[in-house]
Write a protein that binds this ligand. Sequence first.
Ligand code: KG4
Ligand code: ZN
Length: 334
Amino acid sequence: MKRELLLAVETSCDETSAAVVENGVTILSNVVSSQIETHKKFGGVVPEIASRKHVESMTRILEEAVREAGVELRELSAIAVTQGPGLVGSLLVGVIAAKSLAYALEIPLIGVHHIAGHIYANALVQELTYPLMALVASGGHTELVHVASEGEFRIIGRTRDDAVGEAYDKVARAMGLPYPGGPHVDKLASQADEEIVLPRAWLEDDSYDFSFSGLKSAVLAQVNQAKMKGDVVNRAGLALGFQRSTVDVLVTKAMRAVREFGSRQLLLCGGVAANRGLREALGEACAAAGVPLVVPPMSLCTDNAAMIAAAGHLKWKRGEFAGLGLKAEPLFSL
Ligand code: KG4
Ligand code: ZN
């Protein structure tokens, strides 16, 4: 079989990443440069700073990815790049880098949807069985995606306000925890003696959509009330209540979707897949339902270019190439 080598680029938010993947499954390199330390002091990602940082890192990360993979530029078959959704200034840096390389090397360019990347990160670790359901939970996304067959996506539910990771980060900030807050809230929750029970937004009976801003406001209100009364904030109790509420809604809706769509696998994707409560509850629910749960290693759950190569490979097989007119699409639909 001819060696098909895809170079992929991902810059949709605050990670500059480049990867080389062989035949859609073998990761030869997956270099990720995180900007977290830069954005930490602002309590969240600052778009203007993010794009400048991508510009600074892009060439070095590309060179590292190619060197680590042990390949020559002329051996590359195609370049895949995250086209959207994401921060426009950040996306543009990756898109321009990918276009320039595709032009110089005279090889095809493939535009990839960021969520397709998160979903197909799973194909790098396990064979996928269709139809499947993907729960995408990150700082920018909360979606339930029904994948009827390879590359055939349908978003059946999405957040109507905050993404679940975003809600974790905002709640953490209100409690004085550092950015990104998800891991800190997760840890605090595991140390709680008692749960402060918080509301769950189920929305309409048949809806697969999510809403986390009411829950976030409930935590913020409790923190403010305690502060005004001069009481000590029960941060662990609130963290546990918040975590149980998010996990309950995510797991209940994901499992209902799995039943309704006859999914043969459930995929957990995105940075919030690191959450211990979510992994445990989904694991138990899937075992009870007899549906395999697929969770990639954390390095493939958070933003990385190998996942973009995996999703790009599907388009490669179908000959779905973009011209050099490919545009960054901050509000790209799947
Ligand atoms: O996928 P990701 O790295 O970047 C985006 O595309 O957003 O996800 C980052 C998000 C952040 O909001 C972070 O707080 C959250 O994932 N996160 C967690 C945990 N680890 C990371 N949320 C809850 N529990 C965790 N253990
Ligand atoms: Zn992402």
